[in-house]
Write a protein that binds this ligand. Structure first.
Ligand code: FAD
Length: 446
């Protein structure tokens, strides 16, 4: 039996609604034409909720695939590799956990307790945790007449006894691993007052051995999605909005949900024909677009790493590949996943694949000794160069107002356009669940 598109749509939306993942139908929305720009998790959540409410929804996506920064590579068919998001951060009460369950996606837990730093094959002390000083740094910045960078606020703390450039470099290495790797921004640009504002769900993180992309595919079931549709211009038209594409074609809708990544909004590559609300434009101009890149190294047999989830390297001033996920231990696969973040990731993006693999191998040899094997294959991300993302995720930069994310989210042009996406999430920015919830919120606004 073949299923019609409509029946697939109503079944999958009913499944999402039963999980509380779609908003209830509203008479006001029925029949309204809504264009959703971007088929990442924010766009998929918004479109699903609106379709359930009876709107006539189409998603327009620039890439040839859906998922956006949820991107599973099948280059190694026996080992799907998540080039973008890997984890559900805090599964308890997290809507993405519910989505994973509905999609039937298997998950595997990883633990930050299972981690250690290494040098020359020996475990080294990592007692320093910069998060211990973050409260004091925030208090220092709050007392000051204007916000400070996290770097300046930390260095100003007397307890740090930071005096020489070497002291700063040593502190920078710890901050890089603990904070820049999470937020994607350089400590000289993170706002000391607001960089870690927000909420967290509880529970140990889980990742997807078969790939995060399964969740995007599940959420997309039955939705009308046009891929290869790169939006270049939005214009308020009558009671609605006109949307122009790189192909030269244009369409008109009663409303549009804009889930463009912050990097794309900042680039000016999509033109808004009428000025946006001043606070929204200020948020776009002042929030930061951070960078986290990954390198998957594949070995011909299990690499000789200790039985731990996380492997770390602390060596100021060369801040490349300081953090690895030991997929050999986590998944039993002959693969290690290395990360680079913030300015050092930006610097490394211009290196060739060969140079990047050599730097990754050098890092492993610095950690585990010169006889550590060379990889047989690699996959490398360059999210800054990705023209449909222009970075990995947003961070609260020095100069951005406390309310910047709230200012960015929501409607403009008298409700003709509504903004959503991870950068719009005040409580859960930079995450998949933050993107998803912001999409649901945008749908509610329509
Ligand atoms: C390396 C990396 C690791 C991460 N790790 C995690 C993690 O472990 N856990 C976690 O929760 N989060 C993680 N994140 C963050 C998470 O992936 C994002 O917050 C989330 O996926 C963003 O969803 P979104 O819908 O807001 O944006 P996107 O997924 O970027 O969706 C926006 C869509 O708009 C499209 N688009 C862009 N320009 C145009 C245009 N002109 N016209 C039409 N379409 C356009 C894009 O192609 C994209 O599909 C990670 C991100 C990266 C890059």
């Amino acid at each position: 039996m073949t299923l019609s598109r409509r029946s697939i749509l109503s079944r999958s939306l009913a499944a999402l609604a039963a999980l509380g993942l779609a908003s209830p139908a509203r008479a006001k929305t029925a029949g309204k034409s809504v264009a959703v720009i971007g088929a990442g998790m924010a766009g998929l959540a918004a479109a699903g909720a609106l379709a359930r409410a009876g709107a006539n929804v189409t998603i327009y996506e620039a890439r040839a695939r859906i998922g956006g920064r949820v991107a599973t590579s099948m280059l190694w068919p026996d080992l799907p590799c998540d080039l973008g998001a890997s984890w559900i951060h805090g599964p308890i009460g997290n809507p993405i956990k519910k989505l994973a369950k509905a999609a039937g996606a298997a998950t595997v837990r990883t633990s930050y307790e299972s981690s250690a730093a290494f040098e020359d094959g020996e475990e080294v002390d990592t007692d320093i945790d910069p998060f211990e000083w973050v409260d004091d740094a925030r208090a220092t910045a709050s007392r000051s007449s204007s916000d400070m960078s996290l770097k300046d606020a930390l260095i100003a703390l007397r307890v740090m006894k930071v005096k020489t450039p070497e002291d700063i470099e040593a502190l920078a290495a710890h901050v890089h691993l603990a904070i820049e790797h999470e937020y994607g921004g350089d400590w000289g640009r993170l706002s000391a007052r607001y960089f870690d504002m927000g909420e967290e769900f509880a529970g140990e993180d889980v990742l997807f051995p078969q790939g995060y992309g399964a969740l995007a595919n599940f959420a997309a079931k039955g939705l009308a999605i046009q891929t290869g549709a790169q939006v270049t211009r939005l214009t308020p038209r009558d009671a609605g909005v006109s949307i122009e594409f790189a192909s030269g074609q244009s369409i008109r809708a009663d409303a549009a949900i804009v889930t463009l990544p912050l990097g794309v909004l900042q680039s000016g590559r999509v033109r808004f024909d009428q000025p946006l609300a001043r606070a929204r434009q200020a948020a776009i101009d002042t929030l930061g677009m951070g960078l986290l890149n990954k390198v998957f190294l594949r070995f011909d047999e299990m690499p000789p790493t200790p039985a731990m989830d996380w492997l770390e390297k602390l060596d100021a001033p060369r801040k490349v590949f300081p953090e690895w996920v030991n997929l050999a231990h986590v998944l039993g696969a002959p693969v290690l996943l290395g990360f680079n973040a913030a300015d050092s990731a930006d610097a490394l993006e211009s290196a060739s694949d060969r140079q990047t693999i050599a730097a990754a191998t050098d890092a492993l040899r610095a950690m585990f000794g010169s006889r550590f094997p060379a990889p047989i294959a690699a996959q490398i991300t360059r999210w800054r160069a990705d023209r449909h993302a222009l970075g990995s995720y947003s961070y609260h930069a020095l100069g951005a107002a406390r309310s910047a994310r709230r200012d960015l989210a929501g409607s403009d042009w008298d409700g003709r356009i509504v903004f959503a996406g991870e950068a719009c999430s005040s409580d859960h920015a930079s995450t998949v669940h933050g993107a998803w919830m912001s999409g649901l919120e945008a749908a509610r606004e329509i």
